[in-house]
Design a protein around this ligand. Structure first.
Ligand code: ADP
Ligand code: MG
Length: 289
């Protein structure tokens, strides 16, 4: 049976205050199962705001108004009796800056399982911790020091630890906000490879500011501009045959995606490990805001 695991329907998100900011405007997207959808767009266009609305992360902020809806397996995540922590267990979130809990490596992964009481025995818990550390390609690096503090890991390892922590409670959907942007290029590549391996099992929604990264690992692309969806399509159509002038300007014109995209990895990254954003798009955002 195939049902869209996650959708938004006319979703708008406004930060209220002295001056209201409608950061997401009337967005309706279906995120397909077992595919990785990237959300791209210039800084400030609402990518993080949209992502956080998908598992009710704005609930903890008082100045956010949400209209429209988010559907998880067809059911509203807002108009429901299901508590937000349960929603967040089904829709995991990995932030831009990875942070280990002040616990051992083992307990960082076991954390959610202990909270939700979802294991039968110590052996079962051990097995799950190992399974998810393997899934994120971290097991071999940490298996001999599971009792040491998670805080002692490198940033790249911590990001994979955070991924393992999210996966351990067996979510259906994984939300990732620029999860490689704080990492050195080698660690970023490892995390990217991990996400690529995971995408056949999970529905992944990933915000990225790097178009090269979107090309490398996305199945589908959503281009957000000033809170609106300008264009969304499968990755090949999006980059090779963009339909909208704004998209063409942002991606710098249609470009072919090679089946073997390894050559793209050789593009020198900018100082922040990202990719050049066309200045026209960035400047328009700044002036139109
Ligand atoms: P992106 O992730 O694409 O860079 P954001 O979703 O962070 O964009 O921000 C979208 C818009 O909402 C921006 O104009 C930003 O300044 C504004 N914004 C983000 N967070 C808040 C907040 N907590 N309060 C008020 N405005 C916010
Ligand atoms: Mg952001």
């Amino acid at each position: 049976m195939s049902q869209t695991p996650l959708s938004t329907r006319n979703l708008s998100v406004t930060y209220t205050g002295d001056r209201d900011v409608e950061a997401v405007k009337d967005v309706s997207i279906d995120f397909a199962a077992n595919r990785l959808t990237t959300i791209i767009g210039p800084s400030g266009c609402g990518k993080s705001t949209l992502l956080k609305s998908l598992n009710r992360l704005h609930d903890i902020q008082p100045n956010v108004e949400i209209s429209g809806d988010v559907l998880l397996s067809g059911e509203s995540v807002y108009d429901t009796d299901e508590p937000a922590p349960e929603i967040r267990k089904r829709v995991g979130y990995v932030p831009q800056t990875p942070t280990a809990l002040p616990l051992s490596i083992y307990e960082n992964v076991a954390y959610g399982l202990r909270i939700h009481g979802e294991y039968d025995s110590k052996t079962d818990l051990d097995g799950r911790v190992e399974r998810y550390l393997r899934k994120v390609n971290l097991w071999d690096e940490v298996k001999d020091r599971l009792d040491t503090p998670g805080a002692e890991l490198s940033t790249g390892q911590t990001q994979r630890l955070c991924l393992a922590r999210s996966l351990a409670v067996e979510p259906d959907v994984l939300l990732c906000d620029e999860v490689t942007s704080a990492l050195d290029p080698v660690s970023a590549e490892t995390v990217e490879e991990t996400l690529e391996a995971l995408k056949s099992e999970y529905t992944i929604v990933m915000v990225t500011h790097s178009m090269a990264q979107a090309r490398r690992i996305a199945d589908d692309v959503v281009f957000l501009y000033l809170g609106n969806v300008v264009e969304s399509n499968d990755v090949r159509s999006f980059f090779e045959n963009p339909q909208n002038d704004r998209t063409r300007a942002f991606i710098g014109g249609p470009t072919r995606i090679d089946a073997d995209s390894t050559a793209e990895r050789e593009t020198p990254p900018t100082a922040d490990g990202g990719e050049r954003v066309p200045t026209d798009a960035t400047e328009q955002t700044a002036s139109e805001r």
